[in-house]
Ligand binder design. Structure first.
Ligand code: GLC
Length: 725
């Protein structure tokens, strides 16, 4: 084991000869003479095992996209990107491999395992007080991150792995998706419904049906004739189309992507050095070898075929990679079935036969039978499995950068690994229309943020299964706060567009979706500040409040500096219990023009929440900035903004904005409005400072004091002081 000091907060422990996964951006470090790893007992063989005795009260956060609570204690997790559409609590892996964990106890630290294969995190599962991390290989890097508190540990970790991806501003709008929008006529009709119902929306998704026989970078000319023209006509109406790209390339003579990949040798190889064959949507496919930089550049350059048609965003899918079957795997099962034909099967034979078929997809045997050319080093897929989706998305991001270096494209992926957060966002895959999955969504968001991914969200309403209107309403009321806000559902399920139910539901959802646009000044500001500073957007209560109840609050979240969310996630509930670590101001948002506020005292409180209401708590001495709704992000008007402030003595807020479409913010091209409200001799003094290209002409203030007394006032931009003066 070699030890390096990366900086004051981070030490690296290196085992064997690890490959550079490119998960971290701060390389090197100063070698340190040490034989021990801080906090952990280390044992080595074919794998590296780390053991830590947890304090009985310590909480464990992190592990990104995963099952169970925000506090991961009690669970067994396998970090191995998995295509599994049934996210029940017993599942050990979902689509992401997010190997960062934060120990919040007397020993307070973060640990990141930079390893591209399977890592097992036993967080008090076998033994309730033991954390045991098994790295299934002998070449790995382990980083221990120190800090004064959980938030500062996360910030140090994000400095190590680099700043998060930033999408274009339009990608913060409401997005409508469904597997099964069959053709351009259906999409036009869908847009007609959004316009008719006067519901804002920014993007419509194209699932696999837009392609010709599920072939990447092709368009089905029958269902989507004159594609470029179609894209621009939709854009003129104010919407963007976002097509899916799958990892597997269909094997078909004459299909140019297939032919080129074969000719240049860009596909993963089997044990006989032949392109590995697997089957996904189009039947048999080859997998591009995204770990090879030439193959990556080649695949990335293909996105241009769609950007040339006016496309500005993509979702990368099936990139664990998902394998329906390999010929070998399927044949084994078929042989077993043939051998069983006509026989009187007892329990073992019958279930053995069932298992043979159930085990055909995504089998360990298949993942061990193909190889990557990692720029000269041949690696068995299983050993680098968690990099595949990451590198596919890196290919896309680099391709898009080459197409237009200054432009922010929308990009997110299903499979992921830490490091990919610099290139794109993620969605949490094939969840279900279950109340449990709304709660899981709530718990997962801060864990994902801790691992660097800021642009994230779940399939709102649930992907599999049939949603009812109440679940959709409650889910939307949470998703309006997630950076990616997309309603997506599976083929054959009940329709779940906001107007798919009764009129009352449509009315409620119209207001909920509008609220997303109303909240944009705050949400965008918080997202961008988190991205620029390398911080979180969703934060567990315990990161800010030290009390025991906050530590246990798994169904409430802080969002940025000013607000706390306590979504309703129970069917038929018209209220819920909330823990308030301090007095807060409650706005039950429904019609944002008619706002009412209530001061809720610190403690365990029951709040009533009608079906149409979205509860938003404004923290003490905090400010929420809102605007007005519009039909899409591009039409938002920020000339007049409303300030809702809950002030005991002094509140301050920095409102960030930028052009929303380029990276110029990195060169300082952004605006900031600094708002300060201070109680002085019984009245509130307001000071506003501004920097950059400010579009806001007027700020209207509603200041609520601790007794609920409201003071209103307004200030015009002519009275803004310039920053620094
Ligand atoms: C996968 C994706 C899902 C998509 C479907 C069809 O299941 O996770 O979002 O709709 O494939 O492409």
């Amino acid at each position: 084991m070699k030890v390096f000091e990366i900086n004051k907060e981070i030490f690296k422990y290196s085992f064997g000869s690890p490959i550079d996964t490119s998960s971290v951006v701060v390389k090197g470090g100063t070698p340190v003479e040490s034989k021990v790893m801080e906090h952990f007992e280390v044992s080595r063989g074919n794998s590296v095992m780390l053991k830590f005795a947890m304090d009985s009260k310590a909480a464990v956060y992190g592990l990104g996209e995963n099952q169970r609570g925000m506090n991961k204690r009690g669970g067994l997790y396998h970090s191995y990107c998995s295509d599994d559409a049934v996210h029940t609590p017993d599942k050990k892996s979902l689509y992401g491999a997010h190997n960062f964990l934060l120990m919040d106890g007397p020993e307070h630290f973060g640990v990141f395992i930079d390893f591209p294969g399977r890592v097992i995190f036993d967080v008090g599962f076998k033994n309730k007080d033991i954390l045991e991390i098994t790295i299934c290989g002998s070449n790995a890097e382990v980083y221990i991150v120190k800090g004064n508190n959980s938030r500062s540990i996360v910030r140090s970790f994000i400095r190590l792995v680099g700043a998060s991806y930033v999408p274009p501003k339009w990608a913060f709008g409401y997005q409508q998706s469904r597997w099964g929008y069959a053709d351009s006529e259906e999409i036009k009709a869908l847009i007609g419904s959004f316009l008719y119902h006067d519901i804002p929306c920014d993007a419509i998704y194209l699932d696999i049906d837009y392609m010709e026989n599920f072939k990447d970078f092709t368009i089905n000319g029958n269902s989507f004739p004159e594609f470029s023209h179609f894209v621009s006509s939709i854009r003129e109406k104010g919407y963007r189309l976002v097509p899916i790209i799958d990892a597997g390339v269909k094997i078909e003579k004459g299909y140019d992507i297939y032919e080129e990949g074969i000719e240049k040798g860009y596909f993963c190889k089997d044990g006989n050095k032949k392109p590995f064959v697997a089957a996904v949507w189009p039947g048999k496919v080859h997998f591009p070898d995204f770990l090879n930089s030439d193959a990556r550049n080649w695949f990335g350059s293909k996105y241009k075929l769609l950007t040339d048609c006016g496309i500005e965003g993509f979702w990368n899918d099936m990139n664990e990679p998902a394998i329906f079957y390999s010929e070998k795997g399927l044949n084994c099962a078929i042989e077993k079935a043939k051998a069983s034909e006509g026989k009187n099967l007892g329990v073992d034979d019958f279930f053995g036969l069932m298992d043979a078929f159930n085990g055909v997809s995504n089998s360990p045997e298949d993942y061990s039978s193909f190889y990557h050319d990692f720029d000269g080093t041949i690696l068995e897929h299983d050993t680098v499995h968690n990099l595949y989706g990451f590198y596919m998305t890196k290919a896309a991001a680099e391709g898009l950068k080459a197409i237009d270096p200054g432009k922010r494209f929308l990009l997110f992926s299903r499979a992921s690994c830490i490091g990919m957060h610099r290139y794109s966002g993620i969605w949490t895959g094939d969840n279900h229309s279950w109340w449990e999955h709304l709660l899981l969504n709530i718990k997962m968001m801060p864990s994902i943020n801790m691992c660097g991914f800021l642009y994230c969200g779940a399939d709102t309403g649930g992907f599999g299964g049939d949603v009812n209107s109440e679940l959709l309403i409650r889910w939307m009321q949470f998703s309006i706060f997630t950076p990616l806000f997309r309603n997506h559902s599976a083929l054959g399920t009940r329709r779940q567009e906001p107007f798919a139910f009764d009129e009352d539901t449509t009315g409620i959802l119209r207001n909920v979706i509008r609220l997303r646009y109303v909240l944009m000044p705050y949400l965008y500001s918080e997202y961008m500040k988190a991205a620029i500073k390398g911080d979180m957007y969703f934060i567990p209560l315990s990161f800010e409040y030290g009390d025991e109840a906050s530590k246990g609050a798994e169904d409430q979240l802080l969002l940025g500096d000013s607000i706390m969310l306590c979504p309703v996630y129970t069917e038929n509930a018209r209220g819920r219990y909330v823990w308030l670590p301090e007095d807060m101001l409650l706005w039950k948002a429904f019609d944002y023009e008619k706002r009412e506020y209530e001061v809720v005292k610190m403690g365990h409180q029951y709040i009533e929440v009608g079906l149409a209401e979205t509860p938003v708590f404004i923290k003490k001495n905090s400010i929420l900035v809102i605007g007005r709704h519009a039909r899409n992000i591009d039409s938002l008007d920020s000339r007049e903004l409303q300030i809702i402030a809950f002030v005991e003595d002094k509140a301050e807020y920095e409102l960030y904005d930028d052009d929303g479409c380029t990276y110029d913010y990195r060169k300082g091209a952004f605006s900031e409005i600094n708002i300060m409200i201070e109680k002085r001799e019984g009245t509130f003094a307001i000071e506003v400072r501004a920097k950059g290209d400010i579009r806001t002409k007027r700020l209207s203030f509603v200041i609520i004091d601790m007794n609920g007394k409201i003071t209103e006032s307004a200030i015009n931009s002519s009275n803004f002081k310039s920053s620094g003066s």
